[in-house]
Design a protein around this ligand. Structure first.
Ligand code: MIC
Ligand code: SF4
Length: 647
């Protein structure tokens, strides 16, 4: 009587007991990295001195930093390629596509575990993998054969019934899920999809849903592996990778939520959070300045062909700019073969390379105050590269409708314009060409690692001190995302140069942060951050911990924190604390001087930590949710320091 999550975990737990809320160490079968997090991950992997990766499969993708203005990106790519050759890692070259889309196409296997240094790794749940996002250092540890630690999850069944109506899509399903669960409060949960409705969803549609589960903050999302999965793998020429994986009839769940697909309508996430959900109809016919179709959420063959069919014979509205970034080289080749590419180009799309591009604000930033419709998964403030822009997340169908009308349009209304719903099916056989992967040879230890001037060593953390004495450098509210903490976009090329990248910390929240933190650090004091609920939402980027560590941030005191960011803080030796009494948050102001003593003893004895507010002459209590393993890491000054100690 096991559910799918229990089935996979039972064959992967190596340490700990399967008890809800307790930490377990699991074996990782596959890893993936992308270039923006990968460079640091491999620098850390190199420091571990392991001759070759110990996983069944590790893939290094280049898909984020592909703009190449200046030498930095190209240096990183070359570094990654040489590391892959040396350590037995498959290298997916720039141009091959977005990691999650490509991994699903070519490597995803039901029943396996996948750890990726990107928060949207759960895309792999679309083929029945337990696919989890993590910081680069955790992925490096997994490549070195180490375990990955998660809280044994609460499994929430999302029971799908009915069938999607015409013009209503998988994106609308996940936006509905976001409406129900919001972007906070789901740490330690996994969404397992089931019910009669799943049979009606193809693998790319399932992957859209598991991809954006990341926005709810769950550990991962997963679909069963069934006949639909088999068809997809067969179409990829990988039928032998299929195995059935379904929940037992009497499987138990911590919660069951029913969604009737037949009742859903086109939805959107309004600025500036994927959790601000509304129906497309409710928005009204506002003018749309930009439409962006692509990203790891919606860039599959099915998405692109659907857009192509809608746009066949249509032209782009004069007031709107339009970009399309197909998810992979495979998608491009197949839509060329099947005639879709022609319709998209002919309609007026600017074709971007198969990469993250607009999604991460790395290109195509919209105009001042723009309304931008995007098929991606995040619309955080400033993420598009234009702080004043308003980004709405929508399905490819809703995006295509705006291309034609130049305004927010419920795609069902396209029928009034004589455009009928194109019920695109995935091909029985995709055209497949794996030549943009470089597969590792048997032994290549003598490979010289390429290190251009952009590649710097990761800064080392210092062992934890017994006291923290310093200033509240920044006080922030609820739902501060990693995009707020450290922006990506045009700044992402400094990922391998921590001192430079740190200059942009909290840029979108308070551009004076860096200089103030620097001054405090130089005066010998510690920097402290005070935050509300759900601190560190969003990406897996460990730079959101690494750069603060570099700037002398010693503790983050928050009402609650998201899973990946919490783990990253620990990995880099920053103490993550929670308010015992949330009202204490209101009694602290930015620039207050705080003093925390007896940290080591309190952590060792499991006692709460007393913080003195020197400025206000008050005292308050902080708690923490740290396993013994995490306490050891913190005391050692982070994971790398800890590994050096035990080696
Ligand atoms: C994102 O979508 O925010 C990213 C860019 O893919 C990040 C990873 C990164 O910051 O490099 C993520 O989702 O983890
Ligand atoms: Fe790339 Fe955007 Fe997906 Fe992140 S969310 S992996 S930036 S496409």
């Amino acid at each position: 009587m096991a559910n799918i999550v229990e089935k996979i975990l039972s064959t992967h737990i190596v340490e700990g007991k399967p008890e809800k809320g307790k930490e377990v160490g699991i074996k990782i079968d596959q890893t993936l990295t992308q270039d923006a997090t990968g460079t640091m991950a491999y620098l850390q992997f190199e420091a571990m001195d392991i001759p070759r990766v110990k996983t069944e499969l590790s893939v290094s993708y280049v898909d984020h930093n592909t703009v190449q203005i200046g030498f930095e990106n190209a240096d990183d790519h070359k570094y990654l390629q040489s590391v892959a050759t040396k350590y037995g890692i498959v290298f997916s070259r720039a141009g091959n596509g977005i990691c999650h889309q490509v991994h699903l196409e070519r490597f995803g296997k039901p029943g396996k575990t996948l750890l990726g240094s990107d928060s949207h790794t759960p895309t792999g749940g679309g083929v029945g993998m337990m696919a989890i996002g993590a910081g680069g250092l955790d992925v490096a540890v997994a490549m070195a054969g180490g375990l990955f630690y998660i809280t044994y999850p609460n499994v929430i069944k999302i029971n799908l019934t009915g069938k999607l109506n015409k013009w209503v899509t998988a994106k609308d399903v996940i936006l509905k899920v976001l409406e129900i669960f919001t972007t906070k409060g789901n740490v330690g949960c996994v969404f397992e999809y089931g019910g009669a409705g799943i049979k009606t969803l193809s693998v790319p549609e399932r992957a859209t849903i598991t991809n954006m589960g990341a926005e709810c903050g769950v550990t991962t999302s997963i679909f069963p592996s069934d006949e639909v999965t088999k068809e997809f793998l067969k179409a990829q020429g990988r039928e032998e990778d299929w195995k059935q994986l379904i929940a037992d009839e009497d499987a138990k769940y911590d919660q069951v939520v029913d969604i009737n697909l037949s009742e859903l309508v086109p939805m959107t996430a309004t600025p500036h959070s994927p959790g601000n959900i509304s129906t497309v109809k409710e928005i009204g016919e506002i003018k749309v300045d930009q439409v962006c179709i692509g990203s790891c959420t919606n860039s599959s063959y099915k998405d692109m062909m659907t857009v192509a069919e809608i746009l066949k014979g249509q032209k782009l509205h004069p007031n709107t700019s339009f970009v399309v970034a197909p998810g992979s080289k495979q998608v491009i080749e197949n839509i060329i073969k099947d005639g879709g590419f022609q319709s998209i180009v002919s309609a007026g799309a600017r074709i971007a390379e198969a990469a993250c591009g607009f999604c991460i604000g790395n290109s195509q930033s919209p105009k001042t105050d723009a309304v931008s419709l995007r098929t991606s998964n995040r619309n955080f403030l400033g993420r598009s590269g234009t702080k004043s822009a308003n980004a709405y997340l929508v399905s490819p169908e809703t995006a295509a409708a705006a291309v034609i009308t130049g305004k927010f349009t419920d795609p069902r209304d396209l029928e009034k314009l004589g455009i009928m719903y194109p019920d695109v099916k995935i091909p029985a056989k995709f055209y497949v060409d794996d030549s943009m992967f470089l597969f590792p040879e048997a032994r290549k230890e003598d490979v010289k690692i390429y290190r251009g001037p952009n590649i710097g060593d990761p800064p080392a953390a210092t062992p934890m001190q017994d006291k923290i004495e310093g200033t509240v450098t920044l006080k922030v509210e609820d739902k501060i995302t990693t995009d707020h903490i450290i922006p990506a976009g045009s700044k992402m090329k400094y990922r391998s140069n921590v001192p430079k990248y740190s200059e942009f910390l909290f840029e979108v929240v308070d551009p004076t942060f860096h200089d103030r933190a620097k001054k405090i650090k130089e005066s010998g004091k510690d920097n402290i951050i005070i935050a509300g609920h759900s601190y560190g939402q969003g990406s897996s980027r460990e730079h959101a911990a690494l750069c603060p560590m570099y700037m002398g941030v010693k503790a983050v005191m928050a009402k609650s924190m998201e899973r990946i960011h919490n783990a990253n803080l620990i990995n880099f030796g920053i103490l993550p604390l929670n308010f015992k009494d949330e009202s204490d948050y209101d009694k602290i102001d930015q620039a207050d001087e705080l003093k925390v003593s007896n940290i080591k003893a309190s952590l060792k004895e499991g006692k709460s930590i007393i913080v003195k507010n020197i400025t206000k002459a008050t005292e308050f209590e902080m708690t923490y949710n740290l396993s013994d393993r995490q306490i050891k890491i913190l005391l050692a000054g982070g994971t790398l320091a800890m590994m050096k100690k035990t080696n």
